[in-house]
Write a protein that binds this ligand. Structure first.
Ligand code: IPM
Ligand code: MN
Length: 368
C-alpha cells in the first residue's frame, strides 16, 4: 500500500472550514484506493503568528519539508487585524512568499474552467461562453517584481521614494517555458505567450527565451499577445485561449480576472509546482467577513485536492472523478453564496453540505 504524508495548512478566515471539506474527500479517496494519507495539520498564516509568534513557524517548515505534498488554505486577515502584525511578518510577506521561495514552486497552474453546466454563474453572455471555457493559466511564481530587489528611502530632493525591480534570469524563464510547452503538448498544442515587450525589457528577454525553448516543441503553435490585450480578449473571446504562460504579476492579475469570468474566485483552485515539492491552494483569500458561518464555497479547496491527486500522486482517474463530482453539484442546480444571491431561485448550499454532496457524487463514480 502506498502511503503519502500531506501537510495540511488550514490558514486563516474560512481556511479551516473549507479544509475540513477537503479532508472529507481525502478520506473517501483513501477508503476506496490502495493508498493511505498521513494528514498532519500544522499552523500557517496570521493565526500562526498569533499562536506561535511566526506566520511560518519552524514546526510547520519541518512538517512541510518532510511532506509528499502540501495542501494549503487561504491566509490573511482584515486590513485592521493585519495592522496588528509587523509589516514584514504579515502572512503574505511572512509566510506565503517565503514558502514559495523555500520550495522553489516556480510553476503555478491556475485552471479557468467553465463547463456548460456552470455557465450560468459567469457574467459573460452565453454566446461568448459557447461550448464552455477551458484555459490553463501558467504563472511564473518565484520571480519578477514580487521577488526582486526592493528599496525605500529619501532621495536627494528629500522625497520619499521606492524602487522595486522586475528580475528574471534566462534559466528562470527557460524552466517555466518548458512547463508551458509540455502542458500545451498535452492540451490543444496552442500556447498564448503573454508579454509586454513594447515597454518592458524583461518581456524582451522572456520572449527571446520562449523562442529558444519553442525550437524543442515545434508542434506547438505560439501566439504572442500583449498582457493588456489579453485582458480584453479574456472578456471578449475567452474561448480563443487554451494554455497561457506569463510572468508572476501578470499571472496574479489575469488569473483573478479568470475568477471573474467564472463568476467567483471560489471556482479557482491552483497547483504550485517546484522540481522537488508542490503545494496546492485556492487562488482566493481568506474572506474573514464570512469566516465561521459555514457559507464559504469549498470548490477551490476541493479542486486543489483534485490537482494534488493528479499532479503529486498520479491518481488521474480519481482526480477526474472529483472534478466531475464537484461540477455535478452545480449542474444539478445547487449553488453557494459567492455565486448566487439569496432568493434567486437556486438552492443554496452551506460549506459542509456542498462537501457532502460532492462526497455523495464522488462515491457514485468508478475508480476502476
Ligand atoms: C495569489 C495571491 C498572492 C499573490 C498574495 C496573497 C501574496 O494573491 O496567490 O494570487 O499575490 O501571489
Ligand atoms: Mn492573487
Amino acid at each position: 500500500m502506498t502511503s503519502y504524508k500531506i501537510a495540511l495548512l488550514d490558514g486563516d478566515g474560512i481556511g479551516p472550514e473549507i479544509m475540513a471539506e477537503a479532508v472529507k474527500i481525502l478520506k473517501l479517496v483513501e477508503s476506496r484506493n490502495d493508498v493511505t494519507f498521513d494528514l498532519i495539520h500544522t499552523p500557517f498564516g496570521a493565526s500562526a503568528w498569533f499562536e506561535c509568534g511566526s506566520a511560518f513557524p519552524d514546526q510547520t517548515k519541518a512538517v512541510c519539508d518532510e511532506a509528499d505534498a502540501i495542501l494549503k488554505g487561504p491566509i490573511g486577515l482584515s486590513h485592521e487585524e493585519s495592522k496588528k502584525i509587523p509589516v514584514d511578518e504579515q502572512p503574505e510577506r511572512g509566510a506565503l512568499l517565503p514558502m514559495r521561495r523555500r520550495y522553489n514552486t516556480y510553476a503555478n497552474f491556475r485552471p479557468v474552467y467553465l463547463p456548460k453546466g456552470l455557465a450560468h454563474f459567469s457574467p459573460l453572455k452565453p454566446e461568448i461562453i459557447g461550448e464552455g471555457i477551458d484555459i490553463m493559466m501558467i504563472r511564473e511564481l518565484v520571480g519578477g517584481l514580487y521577488f526582486g530587489h526592493k528599496e525605500t528611502g529619501i532621495n536627494e530632493d528629500g522625497r520619499r521614494y521606492v524602487t522595486e525591480s522586475l528580475e528574471y534570469d534566462e534559466d528562470q524563464i527557460k524552466r517555466i517555458m518548458k512547463v508551458a510547452f509540455k502542458t500545451a503538448m498535452k492540451r490543444k498544442k496552442v500556447l498564448h505567450n503573454i508579454h509586454k515587450s513594447n515597454v518592458l525589457k524583461s518581456s524582451v528577454l522572456w520572449n527571446e527565451v520562449m523562442e529558444e525553448v519553442h525550437a524543442d516543441y515545434p508542434e506547438v503553435e505560439v501566439i504572442n499577445i500583449l498582457v493588456d490585450a489579453a485582458a480584453t480578449y479574456l472578456c471578449l473571446k475567452p474561448t480563443m485561449f487554451d494554455t497561457m504562460v506569463m510572468e508572476n504579476m501578470f499571472g496574479d492579475i489575469l488569473s483573478d480576472q479568470g475568477g471573474g469570468i467564472l463568476g467567483s474566485l471560489g471556482l479557482m483552485p491552483s497547483a504550485c509546482m517546484g522540481d522537488k515539492k508542490a503545494y496546492y491552494e485556492p487562488s482566493h483569500g481568506s474572506a474573514p467577513d464570512i469566516a465561521g458561518k459555514n457559507i464559504a464555497n469549498p470548490y477551490s479547496m476541493i479542486g486543489s485536492v483534485a490537482m494534488m491527486l493528479e499532479m503529486s500522486f498520479g491518481m488521474d482517474m480519481e482526480a477526474k472523478n472529483l472534478w466531475h463530482s464537484m461540477q455535478s453539484v452545480f449542474a444539478d442546480g445547487f449553488s453557494t453564496a459567492d455565486l448566487s444571491k439569496e432568493g434567486s431561485g437556486v438552492t443554496m448550499l452551506s460549506t459542509s453540505d456542498f462537501g457532502n454532496k460532492v462526497a455523495d457524487a464522488f462515491l457514485k463514480t468508478s475508480n476502476a
